[in-house]
Every structure is written in structure tokens, then in C-alpha cells.
Design a protein around this ligand. Structure first.
Ligand code: IMP
Length: 437
């Protein structure tokens, strides 16, 4: 059974949506399995740009079944908004969507808690969450007492459940925020709102674990669409400056319910440079003209929040770590065109921490904060790359840059992207769209 997963190897926003969109053409099912509406993905089809945050990018390919699996925290209002938007823009009236009844649902109290709690990490810097209620919803999932899953919206005691949780959350939120900022949540309004969402979404709700297991057993081709990036993984990323799910390759099975034996190809996606949104250490950050130039050229502003992204040089120490962690077979290098016009490019190949050189990515955020990047300098190129379609047509310095990335990370490059459109792509591994290893 050909199962492919697409994993961001940095701090998210690696342009995974474009790769997923291209790979969708050779799969039957596309699965989102972690995160929620914090994940902005942009897909350009013809002259149309689609910005999705919750629905899998696969919804833009007719005939493909899209699954949002149990590991996702689900915002029903957002799902309905995105479905309506697709319909309005003439994308097929989407009936191939399956929503796991095991998903945990985001409620208004989660937004309030996200706002109230973001400020306090152990070393005082804000995480800078997307404020989409993601962390609080995952917290309730693990805590169980106040959790509500999508399947619960159809149970006879749903109204009582909302009343019970609202009562408890009003007490908790009142204790977290200044009195003048506290507006109690109204259980009756929330119940009615979510009852309406439930009715609208009922045709899509299913046991997706069983559906995916059956599909895998039947040899269907399944594509797993990772959200965020591996450095934001709650267990293996730059904790506590992470998201609340397993966004590296290790999260595919627990989020989707499919055992690892069904995933036989892992594609890592990296930008040709680095970006980060929100707080936390970022050793190669360029808080200067270079960073601003990358931000302008790459339009590095959040898809979901429009926040300016922090920009910097490619960190090969970090992506070598996340590539190994995710079991990556090959990588796609995105946004290479953004680097045109820089005289020199830097790749961080090691860190120096307290005078000691290492190429191991630190497990402790304090060590990462002290890490000084050791750079290798490569010559830049001035040519515009957006019309290049063959590797041989790239300027020699651009090829040398790619070769060096591949060498340091230790994986072959499958694809290079030189613009947002589907065809602005250089297929390096010609076999990429012809099956799996
Ligand atoms: P949360 O996922 O909203 O809780 O945010 C936690 C951290 O992950 C913050 O630093 C966010 O900026 C970051 N984050 C969450 N989703 C994305 C994403 O899709 N792209 C980039 N950063 C993200």
C-alpha cells in the first residue's frame, strides 16, 4: 500500500501545501491528522489562490477523498467557512470529505483560554500562539474531564454537557483574566450554535480510523498532510515554544490511527532559508536588512494570523535533526527563487555552545538560546529563477547551494520550487510522481 507523508522540517510555513497538492494527483485519499485551524496552507491552481487552514489541500483535486482524522482539534465554524468558500468559488460541491467522530472540538472557552495563557512560559517569553484555541483544546483532550469530541455533538446529553463544561470554564477563565476583561460564556448560545454546526456537518462525520485501516488494507494510496513543522513538535521540538501536537514525522500514526507499516515514503519539506512565527530561539535569525529582504521577497507574513515571520539563513543543524527524526527519504526545497540577488548565502552547519562546537540539535531551549551558528558561505546568484523548470537550467551557484543542502542533510532532493504555481516546479527525482520506493 503506497502511503506517503509530507512533513515540514522547520518551524512551519515550508509551503507544504504546494507539495501536497502536487502529490495528491497520485493518491486516492489525503489525510490531515494533527493540529487544527492554526495551519495555514496556500495552494495556487491556475490563476486562483486558495488559503485553507483546516481542510486538507486535497479538497482542490476532484475525486480524492479528504479525511480529517482523530488527532486534529476541530473548529467546526472554520470547516463550514472553508467549505462555503470553496463552493462559492466553484470547487466541486465537496462530498468526499470525512471527519473523524473522535476529533476533539474547539469551543469558545478554548479561545478565551488561549488568550489568557499564552504569556507564561517558564522563562517569561510568550509562545505567541495563533490564538486558535489549539493548546487549550489538546489540554482538555488529555485532561478528559472537560473534553467534547465531535461524536459527542450527536449524543442526547450534548446540551447538559455544554452547560456543565461552560460552568466550569467560566470559573477557570474568571480566575485567569482581570475582572474588567471577563465576559461570562453563555451555555445556551453555545449549545445552539454548535447544534447547528453539528447538523450541517453530519453527512461528513464518520469513524475515520476504521475507514483508513480498511482503505490501507485494500491497497488504497494514502497521502498524509503534516501541519506546522517538526521543530514545533510538542515532544521533540523547541519546547515550550512549540505547538501542542506531534508535528514531526513521528505523529502520523497516532494522529491518523494507521500503523507506521502503512507509511512507506516520507518527504521532508524545507524552505531554502528559515522562518519562524511566534516566540522561541532561532539561532540563524537575521534581524537586519537580509531578514527584511527575505521577508519582502518571500512575502513572509502568516497565512492564518498575517504576523510578519522572523527570517534567517538556512539552519542545516536543525533540518538534519528533523529529517532524521521524521525518517525522511527525500526533501523538497521550496522558495529557492526568493534568494536571487543576494551576493552570498550562509548555511549554518554547526553550533557553538559555550565555546564547544556541535552539530547536535540541543534538547534544551536554554542551550539553543546560547547556540552561535557556525556558517559556511556560498556565492549567490542574480538570475530570476521563476521560469526555470529543469535542474540543468539553474545557475551553477544555485545548484551548488542545493547540492550542499542535500549533502549536509544526507537526503536526496526530489523537487525544487521556484514559485507558488503548480508548474513552477523542478522535478529532480523524476520518479517522484511515479510511485513509491
Ligand atoms: P499554536 O499552535 O497556536 O498553539 O501556536 C504555538 C506556536 O506554533 C506559535 O509559535 C505559533 O506561531 C506556531 N505555529 C502554529 N501553527 C503554525 C503554522 O502553521 N505555521 C507556523 N507556525 C505555527
Amino acid at each position: 500500500m503506497p502511503g506517503t507523508s509530507v512533513i515540514g522540517l522547520q518551524w512551519g510555513d515550508e509551503a507544504k501545501g504546494k507539495i501536497v497538492d502536487l502529490l495528491t494527483l497520485e493518491h486516492d485519499i489525503v489525510v490531515r491528522y494533527q493540529g487544527g485551524a492554526n495551519a495555514g496552507h496556500t495552494v495556487v491552481v491556475g490563476d486562483q489562490t486558495y488559503k485553507l487552514s483546516l481542510l486538507p489541500s486535497g479538497v482542490l483535486t476532484p475525486g480524492v477523498t479528504c479525511v480529517i482524522a482523530g488527532g486534529v482539534v476541530f473548529n467546526p465554524a472554520k470547516a463550514i467557512e472553508e467549505l462555503d468558500e470553496l463552493k462559492r468559488r466553484g470547487v466541486e460541491d465537496y462530498d468526499n470529505l470525512k471527519l473523524s467522530d473522535r476529533m476533539h472540538v474547539i469551543f469558545p472557552w478554548h479561545f478565551a483560554e488561549d488568550r489568557a495563557m499564552d504569556q507564561s512560559t517558564s522563562d517569561g517569553e510568550n509562545i505567541g500562539t495563533t490564538q486558535r484555541g489549539i493548546g487549550p483544546c489538546y489540554r482538555d483532550k488529555v485532561g478528559r474531564a472537560f473534553a467534547i469530541r465531535l461524536g459527542d455533538l450527536y449524543r442526547p446529553n450534548f446540551r447538559e454537557r455544554v452547560e456543565h463544561v461552560t460552568r466550569a470554564k467560566n470559573v477557570a477563565i474568571a480566575a485567569m483574566v482581570p475582572a474588567n476583561e471577563f465576559t461570562p460564556l453563555n451555555a445556551a448560545d453555545i449549545y445552539e450554535q454548535y447544534r447547528d454546526y453539528a447538523a450541517r456537518l453530519k453527512p461528513y462525520v464518520d469513524d475515520t480510523t476504521d475507514y483508513l485501516l480498511t482503505a490501507a488494507e485494500q491497497g488504497k494510496r494514502i497521502l498524509f498532510e503534516g501541519a506546522q513543522g517538526a521543530l514545533l513538535d510538542v515532544d521533540h521540538g523547541t519546547y515550550p515554544y512549540v505547538t501542542s501536537s506531534n508535528s514531526s514525522g513521528v505523529g502520523v500514526s497516532n494522529g491518523s490511527g494507521l500503523p507506521a507499516k502503512y507509511i512507506n515514503r516520507v518527504i521532508g519539506v524545507v524552505k531554502a532559508y528559515s522562518t519562524r512565527v511566534g516566540g522561541g530561539p532561532f539561532p540563524t535569525e537575521q534581524n537586519n536588512d537580509i531578514g527584511q529582504r527575505i521577508r519582502d521577497q518571500g512575502n513572509e507574513y502568516g497565512t492564518v494570523t498575517r504576523r510578519p515571520r522572523r527570517c534567517g539563513w538556512l539552519d542545516a543543524v536543525a533540518i538534519r535533526y528533523t529529517s532524521r527524526l521524521s525518517g525522511v527519504d527525500s526533501i523538497c526545497v521550496m522558495l529557492l527563487d526568493v534568494l536571487s540577488g543576494l551576493d552570498e548565502l550562509q548555511i549554518c552547519t554547526a553550533y557553538e555552545i559555550d565555546g564547544k562546537r556541535t552539530n547536535r540539535f540541543p534538547s534544551q531551549v536554554d542551550d539553543l538560546r546560547r547556540a552561535k551558528p557556525v556558517y559556511e558561505t556560498l556565492p549567490g546568484w542574480s538570475e530570476n529563477l521563476t521560469k526555470v523548470r529543469e535542474l540543468d537550467d539553474l545557475p551553477a551557484n544555485a545548484r551548488a547551494y542545493l547540492d550542499r543542502i542535500s549533502e549536509i542533510v544526507g537526503t536526496p532532493i526530489d523537487m525544487v520550487s521556484v514559485g507558488p504555481a503548480r508548474d513552477q516546479t523542478i522535478r529532480v527525482g523524476k520518479k517522484l510522481l511515479a510511485g513509491v520506493r
